[in-house]
Design a protein around this ligand. Sequence first.
Ligand SMILES: [Zn+2]
Length: 113
Amino acid sequence: MHELSLSINTVDTVVEQAKKQGFKRVTSVTLAIGTLSCIEPQALATGFEFASRGTIAADATLKIESVAARVWCLDCQQHVEIPERGVSCPRCQGYQLKVEAGDELMIKHIEVE
Ligand SMILES: [Zn+2]
């Protein structure tokens, strides 16, 4: 299960960062998921809940945002944004797209106390 291992890594990173800065509790975590990442937000949320159990992030509110993918089109030599995998360039309808951002999971914001 892809989302579970991602959740565990995310919780580890969040907890480590919060502890390093001397905080005792993580209250909120905002994650950004690229639209090309194939990550299921609901599965990620479930995984996060499981992975954070017993950690200082156990009560954290999880917010998940999606980020449009940015690609470089080799045909029209432009940066374009595409909503999902498998679609053509919105400018020239070409399929020679190189993904630059949008296939990853990012920790966007953490609130701590
Ligand atoms: Zn194009």
